[in-house]
Design a protein. Sequence first.
Length: 88
Amino acid sequence: MVEKVISTVFRISVAMFLLGGLVIVILQGVGLVLGDGDFVTGSEEALAPWAYGSAGVAGLLAFALSYFHHADAETPTDADTVVTPEHA
């Protein structure tokens, strides 16, 4: 239950910081084309706390998710086993 909630919030925060970063870059590009430095800095100042904050949340949740145990991850499969031929 807890892992599912953390995983869901992690996915939302990753999407938020990726979209936020994309919007920041696009708006800065528009400001560059328009030659308006105030627009470039204003758009970054308006959106950066949201994009950077959600990136921080995603990082912390990724760290928390690394502590959940996955039983199937420790069981080797045939695909994980490498067979090396013996040398004569």
